[in-house]
Write a protein that binds this ligand. Sequence first.
Ligand code: 5GP
Length: 206
Amino acid sequence: MAEQGLLLVISGPSGCGKDTIIHEVLQHLDGEGFLSVSMTTRPKRGEEVHGVHYYFVSEAEFLQNVQNDQMLEYAQYGENYYGTPVGPIRALLSQGKTVILNIEVTGGKNVRRLLPFAVEVFVAPPSLKELRRRLEKRGTETPDAIETRMEIATRELACAKDYDYIVINDALEDAVQDVLAIIRTSKLKKENMLNKLSEVTDYAES
Ligand code: 5GP
């Protein structure tokens, strides 16, 4: 049987570059890593594709999924609901894969409580000024929505201390290498290695 995979939670303020870091990390993991596709009630943005970036659903459908225990966790962010469908995660972890959850801090807290083996990384921007600049440059939010995201960001930064690791996204490639190092180290934790060690000792005794 494949050993249990790695569940990696990545949180951080909107605009801090989480999505780009995750995209690059998945390229490096080359088929061994998967991004959990969340369900949301927020409207589609730009080039986003249903089933790839999110499952875009109505509020009624979202709440139905919550009621049917289909969500590992969910949270309200701004005006909208976001949640993690549990089925695909169970399947991928049982195949020994690395699964990345790109979720906000309430979700991070809930996953920590429900699945303590999850490894949690907080991605921070180099400064709030730089975060605002990135959100404005992205151009996907109205000025009001940017203000809301900046307010949420300040609250989110206060939660960084509850995460296992903090990565500051100043230079993208450094941040990507930091996350890859966290993944490599987490896979070497004794909880993940004891099975392999018993193979080593069995071999020595035979
Ligand atoms: P955005 O609207 O920019 O795509 O996402 C807004 C926030 O929702 C981001 O911080 C993102 O990480 C978070 N988010 C996305 N999917 C989920 C989810 O399934 N659960 C939770 N708790 N947060 C999510």
